[in-house]
Design a protein around this ligand. Structure first.
Ligand code: COA
Length: 351
């Protein structure tokens, strides 16, 4: 391209926020009601605590809080589209995004959900970028929000220890590929031959919700943890390598690796596989657990608030989730107002 040609259009990240509900569940609290203990949870997952909603709250309540803060961070009060990515929508029908948009004063904006389980945020970023670069939307609010406490059996010690509730959001605007914040290359993939590794069996068209014929275990989240662990490490490392190769970046070009916060062992195994020093790997899973589609924007909000991620840093975002799905994205971090720490809420209260 000649040097005076305009640079191609891009989606540029211009707002960021995270939100978790105030109630904290510690490992000790779990050990009081489950056959587990703090040491087992710490060593297997690196998780010390997680946040959960109160009865009566729902995913949209967290999404609205994160979305409101992200709009404030971007300094805007309108967008053309609202995307909510979640595995725990308020209801099977309709999508959660229109109600979230309405509560944010955004009636009229396009609004829809994206489902890719824990890879949802990276899929959502690619979707938002597509809307912007195709000229369909000038500005998009993307919210990753999940309340796994509503689908995990509280007596299931293998899963109750891993997941937490939370939401994270970003605002994207139309801009140029050479601007900091431009979401660059993507790698997205799936392998549905392993759909049974992470499931909620009932509640969809295959096995309908309700009725005594649905066994209680089919209403809850189920995961084959050992197999998921192996796929997560392999797929995340492969996806990261693919996106780096496509962009012509080397692993040494990455200042911060911001992976889906599945569990600390997985994050460190992926970083190790990629040859990334552990200190370049952003992790807040100790404080929030695995928050599904919220985990990457929550980790980002945490790291930007702590100035672990700074303007000009080159970031690699990589996620893995049920489906199976995986995805990666590269970007250079832009200058943004520092977000509030997602779980240092001071006097703020949940809706
Ligand atoms: N406390 C104590 N013991 C527990 C336990 C708990 N909370 N959960 C399971 N166990 C037991 C098992 O019953 C098993 O006992 P057994 O040997 O008598 O049968 C033993 O611990 C080992 O279980 P296993 O599943 O092999 O443990 P693990 O080392 O694989 O760790 C996970 C379990 C779930 C922590 C691990 O598989 C994992 O991290 N998987 C990936 C999960 C994940 O991050 N998913 C998100 C991807 S998006």
């Amino acid at each position: 391209m000649p040097s005076n040609a305009p640079s191609p259009p891009a989606a540029v990240l211009c707002g960021l926020a995270g939100w978790v509900p105030p109630r904290v569940v510690t490992n000790e609290e779990l050990a009081d009601r489950l056959d587990t203990d703090d040491a087992w949870i710490r060593t297997r997952t690196g998780i010390l605590r997680r946040h959960v909603i109160e009865p009566g709250q729902a995913t949209s309540d967290l999404a609205v809080e994160a979305g409101r803060r992200a709009l404030r961070s971007a300094g805007v009060d309108s967008v053309d589209a609202v995307i909510v990515t979640t595995t725990t929508p308020d209801r099977p029908c309709p999508a959660t995004a229109p109600a979230v948009a309405a509560r944010l004063g955004l009636v009229g904006a396009a609004a829809f959900d994206v489902g890719a389980v824990c890879t949802g945020f990276v899929y959502g970023l690619a979707t938002a970028a597509g809307l912007i670069t195709s000229g369909v939307a000038g500005r998009v609010l993307l919210i990753g929000a999940d309340t796994y406490s509503t689908i995990v059996d509280p007596l299931d010690r293998a899963n109750a220890i891993i997941f937490g509730d939370g939401a994270g959001a970003v605002v994207l605007r139309a801009g140029r590929v050479d601007e900091p914040g431009a979401v660059g290359r993507f790698d997205l993939g799936s392998d549905g031959t392993h759909e049974d590794l992470i499931t909620v069996a009932a509640g969809g068209s295959r096995q309908r919700a309700g009725g005594d014929e649905v066994p209680p275990r089919d209403r809850h989240f189920a995961m084959r943890g050992n197999e998921v662990y192996r796929h997560a490490v392999t797929r995340m490392a492969e996806s990261a390598r693919t996106v780096l190769r496509t962009a012509g970046w080397k692993i040494d070009d990455i200042d911060r690796f911001v992976p889906h916060q599945a569990n600390l062992r997985i994050l460190h195994a992926v970083a190790d596989d990629l040859g990334l020093p552990p200190e370049r790997c952003v992790a807040n899973v100790d404080s929030v657990g695995n928050t599904g589609a919220a985990s990457i924007p929550l980790a980002l909000a945490d790291a930007v608030a702590d100035q672990v991620v700074r303007p000009g840093d080159r970031l690699l975002l990589t996620a893995f989730g049920g489906g199976l799905t995986w995805g990666s994205c590269l970007l250079t971090w832009p200058e943004l107002p520092l977000p509030a720490h997602p779980y240092d809420r001071g006097e703020e209260t949940a809706p």
